[in-house]
Design a protein around this ligand. Structure first.
Ligand SMILES: Cc1cc2nc3c(=O)[nH]c(=O)nc-3n(C[C@H](O)[C@H](O)[C@H](O)COP(=O)(O)O)c2cc1C
Ligand code: SF4
Length: 371
């Protein structure tokens, strides 16, 4: 049973011991708890953990690869995860938030004239002018930093890097946000240039490093997502990214909409079903020979096995399911799938906990605390 899930795979040059990856998930918990959570997830048997939002520039949010303390923390995370027989991938992230715009809205937010949701929406809208007006010097500085950060990530012990194709790469990719008239705007080829240069910077510095790309897809009908790559433009972006050095694609819905679209609850009108974004994988599959990883609402071992066995995807990534039960892979391998605590996609304590600044948790943790 679950033969494919439990079989190794070559994922862009890296051998994964099985097909389960922990999707990039910022946790918003104190450092020691964060390390313990990573260790726990690794112990549960997944093949690789993708660490969400590792900043590419020295001064991003979160621990910095460029500081002694941040580097040591990432190294510690790699050691803990490796000791459990799990690999570690750094999601290289460049925010597209315009912090000057944020300062403008801060007084309104602090005196509660602007809600957190309104602030987020205004910041999202500010990504358009930010990428449209960005100087070439700044573009070069950021894309070069993807290479620099990747070198540091490898030194810290990461086995792979993932270029975050949403946020800054996604806003450059999107004709909703990017209104430039130079070689970084206009045609799909030009809008792909920022992401291609970010990937190339990694490849130049690390000729052998596997590079995963978080390919954020904008759905045409019904329309979802504002940044990222429009479905109709995948045929331009995917080959260009592959040529630049991408060795695998992690495929999902594009952001800059509601977070509950990219992290959809079971009640979502379009993405409530198991494997809600796999139709994007089918499109990417037809355009590349690189391995493809699906993500989004994957919880049921029978369903996951069927998708893998049919060759629809090479791997699957799970965020909420491994928050709800980190032992999902171990249980599936041991013939104990019946004891899995299934994520019900309620978003109450994971996304809900993140939004309320109390850290990412699960309703099952609360039940455990009560009993
Ligand atoms: C609490 C939380 C934090 C997340 N943080 C990140 C992140 O830092 N970077 C990222 O690319 N995706 C992030 N995601 C999105 C997940 O990687 C994943 O794409 C999404 O949750 C859908 O997968 P799932 O149904 O298995 O949860 C986060 C998701 C959750 C629930
Ligand atoms: S709170 Fe737990 S069960 Fe609910 S969606 Fe989040 S991880 Fe899944």
């Amino acid at each position: 049973m679950y033969q494919t899930i439990n079989s190794p795979v070559n994922y862009g040059g890296l051998t994964l011991k099985n097909r389960i990856i922990f999707a990039p998930t910022s946790m918003g918990v104190p450092t020691q708890e964060w390390l313990a959570r990573l260790q726990r997830i690794a112990r549960g048997g997944c093949a690789m953990i993708i660490l969400g939002d590792v900043p590419v520039l020295p001064h991003g949010f979160g621990p910095s690869l460029y500081s002694k303390k941040g580097f040591a923390l990432y190294r510690q995370a790699a050691e803990l995860v490796h000791a459990e027989g799990c690999l570690l991938c750094a999601q290289l992230h460049q925010s597209d938030s315009d912090f000057k715009a944020m300062l403008k809205y801060l007084p309104g937010f602090l005196c509660k004239k602007i809600t957190a949701d309104e602030l987020r929406a205004r910041l999202n809208d500010a990504a358009g002018p930010l990428v449209t007006r960005m100087s070439r010097r700044k573009i070069e500085k950021i894309t070069r930093a993807f290479g620099e950060a990747a070198v540091l990530a490898q030194k810290a012990g990461f086995d792979m890097v993932q270029v975050h194709g949403d946020r800054m790469c996604g806003s450059f990719s999107s004709d909703v946000f990017n209104h430039r008239t130079d070689e970084y705007g206009g045609s799909a080829e030009n809008r792909a240039r920022f992401a291609v240069e970010a990937v190339s910077a990694v490849r130049r510095r690390l000729p052998d490093m596997p590079i995963d790309y978080k390919l954020a897809v904008r759905q045409a009908s019904p329309a979802y997502g504002r940044a990222g790559v429009a479905q109709a433009e995948l045929a331009v972006f995917v080959p260009l990214l592959e040529k630049a050095g991408v060795t695998s694609f992690h495929v999902t819905l594009a952001d800059h909409c509601n977070l509950s679209d990219t992290i959809p609850p079971a009640s979502h009108p379009a993405f409530g079903a198991e494997g809600c974004f796999l139709h994007f994988c089918d499109e990417v599959r037809a355009l590349t020979r690189c391995p493809v990883c699906g993500v989004g609402g994957l919880t049921d071992p029978d369903f996951v096995e069927a998708q893998l066995a049919a060759g629809r995807v090479d791997c699957v990534a799970m965020s909420r399911q491994l928050i709800a039960d980190p032992d999902w892979p171990r249980k599936v391998a041991a013939g104990q799938a019946g004891t899995i605590r299934h994520c019900v996609r309620c978003n109450r304590e994971c996304l809900g906990g993140m939004m309320a600044h109390r850290g990412v948790h699960c309703i099952y943790d609360q039940n455990e605390r009560k009993s």
